[in-house]
Design a protein around this ligand. Sequence first.
Ligand code: ATP
Ligand code: MG
Length: 489
Amino acid sequence: MRRRSNPDLPPPPELPSFTVEPEVDTADRDHEGRDARDGRSGRDREGGERGERGGQGRGDRTRGDSRPPVERHDATGLQRHDAPLDEDAIDPDAAKVVRRLERSGFQAYLVGGCVRDLLLSTGPDAVARRPKDFDVATSARPDDVRSLFRNCRIIGRRFRLAHVLFGGGKVVEVATFRRNPTSVIGEGDTEEDDDLLIRSDNVFGEAHEDALRRDFTINALFYDLDRRQVLDWCGGMPDIQRRTIRTIGEPAVRFREDPVRILRAIKFAARLDLGIDPHVYDAMVGSRAELARAARPRIFEEILRLMRMGGSHRSMWLMWEIGAMAILLPELSAFLDDDEATDGGSIRFFKKMNLLDRRTREDGALDDVVLMTALFYDVLEEAAHGMRDLMGAVNEFLDPVIDRIAMPRRIADAIRRIMFMVPRIMAGKIGRFARTELFLPALDVAELVMASRGESTSGIETLRREALPPTPTREPRRTSAFPRTRVRR
Ligand code: ATP
Ligand code: MG
């Protein structure tokens, strides 16, 4: 863990609770998903028996597999858990997709975040969480899926996925089982491969391989709708119960394969109030420099995700603490480190993140432009301090940031303009920009900044009311002028 230069700096008020207990190997398996009894992984055993190499085109698709479903995954190290999920919480369209695939002879399961969130929602003290989306994993190939659903489009060039579309813009993502490409490259190799970064991820596989290629054990659980069972190949269920984030396999390897996983661990810890396994935490610190090698648009998107769901305060604190911020946002990290020079800058910053989270919980996600400007406001203000050319100073500050995290130009332009507007709003000088599209986002930023400094924000609400168009059907917060892009791995 990185040492903070000033021990008086504020810790976030509610750190994720660490509930890691001494390891009890309930699943009789180690971190690699290996069976502790014979030391061979399900992957090894199955791969050895089949002796197949990957490539889009391999894999047992199960159509016509006459074995009863309970026998399908024999000898893969599978643990089944009777864990009925709340039927009402399961998206009916996703359930429809699963059932139609199964009726057509394919394997199909709910997977990933939806299973994790619903399992974390069960139990006496649980906080109910509505999954963001419901994803399906299947043995069917994308073309099979397309032939079963008229409302289906295939996306992705690297790895083809099927999107089944429903009313109201709902998308159920259906992905064919795939396997970790490094297990293909590494098969039979004994030499250690220094460059583990996954650059292409397009190898079809089988259900257990699809579970093992995922990032964290809690994200690798499959839900069998008919049997109301959770399928667990890597000890995810005990980790759900312990509320712990653990990588599948050796953390340092998994973070080197894909450093964005470091940010994902932070996101899940912050958003779901989960502890991080100490071994994983150390690997996050040890692998943080790898973040500089990750695809930059993914980094940008992941920083937004850290801030979107009400976990900005914890996320930014963890990012700073493990040193990931020093790699990705060194300007901000230095600002937070140097509390003396910034006269309590870190206190104001974390207070602002806290307020931002409160707003998100009350009103839904804030505009991405607001999130980004709020993130950089104090440090930008400091960079421009005493400069006559505010825009020039802001540009000079933002140029390397744009480059480092692939911040889209339209967001950077909006930040520049809002940085110009906010001091005027705070001084009560609303000029012609009151009619511009950025006025509402600028009001949001001004409110956060003023509140973080303990100033009254009553004037902002008045301005907001006056600025609203007469029709009351304003989309709550998720604006509009800056549509989100979906970045795929
Ligand atoms: P959220 O609630 O934020 O959507 P999620 O777990 O569903 O969380 P997604 O980004 O939607 O996250 O990814 C879906 C699933 O794909 C994850 O649960 C995980 O199993 C797998 N996955 C996503 N990103 C990675 C990654 N970088 N490495 C390995 N597996 C990943
Ligand atoms: Mg998801």
